[in-house]
Design a protein around this ligand. Structure first.
Ligand SMILES: [Mn+2]
Length: 347
């Protein structure tokens, strides 16, 4: 379904019009694509339909860049725990689907409108309006089309946010599907370059360097695979941040990073030149122990661990790596420290 045709457009408009309150939400721990889409949708509804809406956020904004995106654009949101969505309201879900484990509400709280670029989940078919395009690099690309369909000009901040959302979701277009590059070209003349550079190069907290240090001193290499166990994390997005950090190493094609939060082991998988789909690999690793999924080159998952001992946590982390090696290498092999400080020391 899309607003490009009359049927879809009618459904979209009538769903908005009959609602009392409009809420916009995304997956838990929103990334720049999710944040930009929520901001863009709020602006679009105001300009095109004269409707006010509230952005509902859930989880943690960890990365300094994401915090800068929110403060530079002046994005205001309320926490999911403070909102009760009723059947008179319209809940718009962006960059996620309600049957995923990263949905902020109980499954019984059904969104009316879903716009996403992750693989279509069957229950999404039953919702009043859905626009799912798995071939797009970012959900922000779909939002750009909505602005064009409604004939609404971008504000500088909206264009900059959507551009940054696409840029990061495609890892600087290295995971490009082609369409994202064309969309970014069309956005380029509307963005605020100075704002974009303040978002991309914010001050970094000491925690950032601490996690990089932990990664560098503990990363293990198994041929073209690097694995890192970061243990306690200050915020969930450090797993993907460290995975991206190592993926640029020469001759490395897969990076798997785990970390621990209060009640879960979380993990991030990244790959280049995928023979296998990272989302499928993560699903196989997790099995019935937890949840996970993603795209062909990037995926994430988590296993609940409330009440487990240190030894049990380590067992989970090591079993994940063993399963990964079996899946990608066909067998468990012995790894080496990625940086062996003992043998690299100059005299
Ligand atoms: Mn996305």
């Amino acid at each position: 379904m899309t607003i490009a045709n009359e049927l879809g457009r009618g459904r979209f408009l009538s769903t908005i019009e009959r609602s009392r309150n409009i809420y916009i939400t995304t997956h838990i721990n929103p990334d720049p694509d999710a944040i930009a889409c929520a901001f863009g949708m709020q602006y679009l509804l105001k300009k095109a339909l004269r409707r006010k809406s509230v952005i509902i956020q859930s989880g943690v904004i960890g990365r300094a860049e994401n915090k800068a995106l929110i403060s530079e654009c002046g994005i205001k949101s309320v926490d999911a725990s403070t909102v009760t969505v009723t059947s008179d309201d319209c809940l718009i879900l962006l960059d996620a689907q309600h049957v995923n484990s990263n949905y902020p509400f109980r499954r019984s709280v059904r969104p009316e409108i879903v716009i996403d670029h992750h693989p279509l989940r069957a229950p999404t078919y039953t919702l009043p309006f859905y626009d799912i395009r798995p071939r797009y690099g970012a959900t922000a690309e779909i939002l750009v089309e909505y602005f064009k369909q409604f004939g609404i000009p971008f504000s500088r901040a909206v264009a900059t946010a959507l551009y940054y959302g696409i840029k990061t979701d495609t890892a600087n277009w290295s995971r490009s599907t082609g369409h994202d590059i064309a969309v970014c070209h069309s956005l380029a003349e509307h963005i605020d370059d100075k704002m974009l550079s303040r978002i991309e190069y914010p001050e970094l907290p000491v925690d950032y360097y601490r996690q990089i240090h932990k990664g560098l001193t503990t990363a293990v290499r198994y041929g073209s695979i690097i694995t890192v166990h970061l243990h306690a994390l200050p915020s969930p997005d450090y797993a993907s941040l460290i995975a991206d950090f190592f993926l640029r190493a020469e001759d490395v094609h897969w990076v798997f990073v785990t970390g621990r939060l209060a009640d879960a082991v979380i993990f991030s998988l990244r790959c280049t030149r995928a023979r296998e789909n990272a989302g499928d690999v993560i699903k196989a690793l997790v099995g019935k122990q937890g949840s996970g999924g993603g795209h062909s080159n990037s995926a994430a998952g988590k296993i609940p661990t409330a009440g487990l001992t240190e030894a049990e946590l380590e067992k989970i982390e090591h079993e994940l790596v063993a399963k990964l090696l079996k899946r990608l290498h066909g067998r468990i092999i012995v790894g080496d420290l990625f940086i062996d400080t003992a043998s690299n020391r100059t005299v």
